[in-house]
Design a protein around this ligand. Structure first.
Ligand code: FAD
Length: 407
């Protein structure tokens, strides 16, 4: 069994840590207090990552999205410093990865924007009446000549208010099936407004409204996938997909395969938050004195540290085990990534709760980042699959066909 990163992976982690420490750690608390990033601020963030080669452009995403281990390191390290900025990469990468399959017209506008770090994307599936139950979508797409006309609304969409390009789910009125569309705001405008939440305060989340929104028919997922299939073995040169992912497609639907990496990634974001809370708590337990000695000498404090440590370590093992299954194209990736998402999120909630307790009154104060860790951790149990749905996916993978509790 080998959990050692390769030399290349270690170098990636070092340059990422250096960037996070230098550029983001000093500003994170102030920026988070200000609320959702503006589009200009989000672009500035993307461009800082671009300087060390991290991006969602076709070349950068082959490394960041197409290499599950690199994605896992990115999730854990950014999670430990500023989880609010992750949707710029995670959700933003979803429309971005389909752009190389789009028409020359779309590519000519969007590829330069991706390359300069000025592309902000979003993935818009959730609706007011379709949260966990995505089979209940009400947004429709009607084919009229060379265009689909989209009508409907979306809610709780990361980057909704700052995105220039969305990957929008709708029911194809002809087939009755769910499909997705690349929608460029400049060409096919939509309206949006902001929603606020307990944590990830700098992440711009919102509602989106599509009213007679005309989208070229080439932007529909079926047409885009048709272009992908034409590529045959060259698919890997154009799309950010790993060999493991291609193997997963033999045993599960493309969307199920696609979800394994972000779910394992969310588990590792939670690990990053829990580790940051544990590190702060160890330092504080050594420094803070009560009853004439450091609080770290009290057994009840040590028990809390033990609990934080074992939760963080277990969540990390599960997260990387899921990533390993994705790398190998092992169908067990579905079960492992669902468990990594639930376990990591719940572990981070408990670890950050303990961190506040260890810090006493200072833990509750916004002079220290503990309350932000707690708020950010609390976010982890809902988006990208709630804990309940992740448990039911696990149950289904254990029990097999005929045992889905959520369909
Ligand atoms: C900050 C944030 C960012 C998000 N970003 C995006 C995004 O970029 N794109 C996007 O499309 N969506 C996004 N979402 C939406 C997210 O995926 C949904 O919030 C999530 O799927 C839950 O849907 P809901 O909020 O409507 O809860 P509901 O579906 O109403 O669920 C309410 C409760 O019931 C439980 N429940 C539901 N069904 C079952 C069942 N069958 N068995 C047991 N329990 C059940 C849930 O687990 C939950 O506890 C985001 C959400 C948040 C909060």
């Amino acid at each position: 069994m080998d959990f050692e990163f390769t030399q290349e992976e270690k170098m990636f982690r070092e340059s990422l840590r250096d960037l996070l420490e230098r550029e983001f750690a000093p500003i994170v608390d102030e920026m988070d207090r200000k609320g959702p990033l503006t589009r200009e601020e989000a672009i500035e963030v993307m461009q800082k990552f671009k300087k060390i080669g991290i991006g969602i452009d076709p070349e950068g995403s082959r490394e960041l999205i197409g290499n599950p281990v690199i994605f896992a390191i990115f999730a854990e390290e950014v999670g430990g410093v500023w989880p609010s900025i992750l949707p710029l990469f995670g959700m933003g990468a979803i429309p971005a990865m389909f752009i190389p399959l789009a028409s020359d017209d779309v590519k000519s506008r969007l590829i330069p924007r991706l390359e300069s770090g000025e592309f902000i994307g979003c993935f818009a599936e959730t609706e007011p009446e379709a949260g966990c139950d995505t089979s209940n979508l009400k947004t429709t797409a009607v084919l009229e000549g060379d265009y689909y006309v989209i009508n409907g609304s979306k809610t709780w969409i990361s980057n909704a208010t700052i995105a220039d390009t969305a990957f929008v789910a709708a029911i194809n009125a002809t087939t009755g099936a769910e499909t997705f569309f690349i929608v460029e705001k400049e060409i096919s405008p939509w309206e949006s407004n902001e929603l606020h939440h307990i944590g990830w305060r700098a992440s711009a989340t919102g509602e989106m409204f599509f009213e007679d929104c005309k989208v070229p028919k080439e932007n529909e997922m079926g047409a885009l996938m048709g272009e992908a299939l034409k590529l045959g073995p060259k698919m890997k040169e154009v799309l950010p997909v790993s060999d493991g992912f291609i193997k997963l497609l033999n045993t599960m639907s493309p969307i199920t395969a696609l979800l394994t990496t972000p779910r394992a990634g969310m588990g590792l974001v939670a690990v990053g938050i829990a580790q940051a809370a544990l590190n702060a708590s160890i330092n504080y337990a050594k420094e803070r004195k009560q009853f004439g000695k450091p609080i770290g000498k009290f057994q009840l404090i040590q028990e809390m540290l033990y609990e934080m440590s074992v939760l963080t370590e277990t969540a990390r093992l599960l997260g990387y085990k899921a990533i390993d299954a994705i790398v190998k194209g092992d169908p067990d990736a579905r079960r492992l990534s669902s468990m990594a998402k639930v376990y990591g999120a719940e572990a981070a909630v408990k670890a950050t709760y303990n961190a506040i307790q260890i810090h006493g009154g200072m833990g509750l104060s916004d002079e220290m980042p503990l309350e932000r860790y707690f708020r950010d951790a609390r976010m982890m149990t809902i988006p990208d699959g709630t804990s309940e749905i992740m448990k039911l996916v696990t149950g289904y993978t254990l029990l097999g066909k005929g045992f889905s509790a959520y369909a």
